[in-house]
Design a binder for this molecule. Structure first.
Ligand code: SAH
Length: 348
């Protein structure tokens, strides 16, 4: 009989209201339950004290409440916290809390493993893969919000979809999660404080623009030369820079929201003058800024962070061309919590 129970958090508020009506009850009960599930993060029907015992039993008979469990929390010397998050089917993803003086940022996962195959990313090496449900994404954010209040005395301020997975390959669930995160019945966060980071799926970038999303877009560019980009991000053979560029122009036209390019400079891969020039050229297509990310080594030695001289060349050239550039230092490296290091290592 267990298997007949439905996941109650997969229902929209309207579906919950309809369910109560179908049971001969009032529609507003649906709102009450919805609030318990999303605003109060209730993990059992028993705690829903404004419902009668009979109603709670009836819900118990029909539904399950799937929820995540933070199995292990690791704290870095720099204050970064990494959560190993166990899902209802025992798979594990990771999410990270990154504190600065003024902000707390949650870096959340959108998939178990990843659909893409970037050569420099540890997550790409994980085999098991499934999309996370909206509630599984939402719960990671709630867990980090709680940790932020507990350890830093303030609520979570920002969210980046830069954990495991390619958010646009789980488009519907990521958007549903963001809807809950931003809605007053959820966390009521401003979408301007949320950034979705993608390797660049042109069709879906256009779809986001058509869907008039209000969050920010970051694109992991790493090279503006097709041949180089394909060698490190093989899906670029299908989603070429020309298509990406067209989608980004479309995005900006529709949303008027500036794009952030994430970019790592590696020795012998993209550390030459021609690489910088191609990036400057690419940045002209749509208003954008560049985030130079420090490389976080994953086990083998195929990739090495470029020299400071090469990075300086990038910074100077971009600035000379009027492009905003920031050099981002990594956080949480000692606990494998930095960009591209999420590979469920804390498990073993
Ligand atoms: N799939 C999405 C989000 C996850 S990756 C995306 O590609 O944007 C988050 C960021 O970490 C991306 O910019 C990615 O290129 C970068 N990254 C991956 N591996 C890295 C590594 N080893 N060192 C530094 N950054 C890395």
């Amino acid at each position: 009989m267990e298997s007949k129970k439905r996941d109650i958090r997969a229902l929209t508020r309207e579906q919950l209201r309809d369910f109560f009506v179908s049971q001969g009850d009032k529609a507003f009960r649906g709102n009450q339950v919805y609030e318990w599930l999303w605003q109060k993060s209730a993990y059992s029907f028993d705690v829903m004290t404004n419902l009668s015992k009979a109603t709670r039993d009836m819900l118990e008979e029909n539904f399950v409440i799937n929820h995540i469990q933070v199995d292990q929390m690791q704290r870095s010397a720099d204050g970064t916290i990494k959560n190993a998050v166990r899902l209802h089917d025992d798979l594990v993803v990771e999410s990270v809390l990154i504190p600065t003086k003024t902000r707390t940022t949650a870096c959340v996962s959108s998939q178990v493993g990843c659909s893409l195959d970037c050569k420099f990313c540890a997550t790409a090496r994980l085999k098991r893969m499934r999309n996370l449900n909206p509630d599984e994404i939402y719960d990671q954010v709630v867990a980090i919000d709680n940790e932020s209040r507990l350890y830093f005395d303030r609520p979570l301020s920002n969210i980046v979809f830069m954990g495991m997975g390619e958010p646009l390959m789980n488009y519907n669930n990521v958007l549903k999660a963001i809807e809950k995160i931003t809605s007053p019945e959820g966390l009521g966060m401003s979408p301007k404080r949320i950034t979705v980071s993608t390797s660049g799926v042109p069709k879906l970038i256009k779809k986001m623009a058509d869907d008039a999303v209000k969050f920010k877009l970051a694109v992991s560019l790493h090279s503006a030369i097709d041949e180089t980009r394909t060698s490190i991000m093989p899906f670029n053979a299908t989603f070429t820079l020309a298509d990406l560029r067209e989608a980004l122009v479309y995005w900006y036209q529709k949303t008027k929201s500036r794009i952030t390019y994430e970019y790592v400079v590696w020795e012998g891969i993209n550390d030459q003058r021609k690489d910088v020039d191609a990036l400057v050229e690419f940045c002209r297509f749509a208003p954008s800024k560049v985030n130079l990310i420090e490389y976080n080594p994953i086990d083998d030695g195929d990739f090495q962070q470029a020299s400071n001289i090469a990075i300086e060349m990038y910074v100077e050239t971009l600035e000379k061309n009027g492009i905003t550039v920031t050099v981002r230092r990594s956080r949480g490296k000692d606990i494998d919590a930095a960009c591209g290091q999420l590979a469920n290592k804390s498990e073993s």
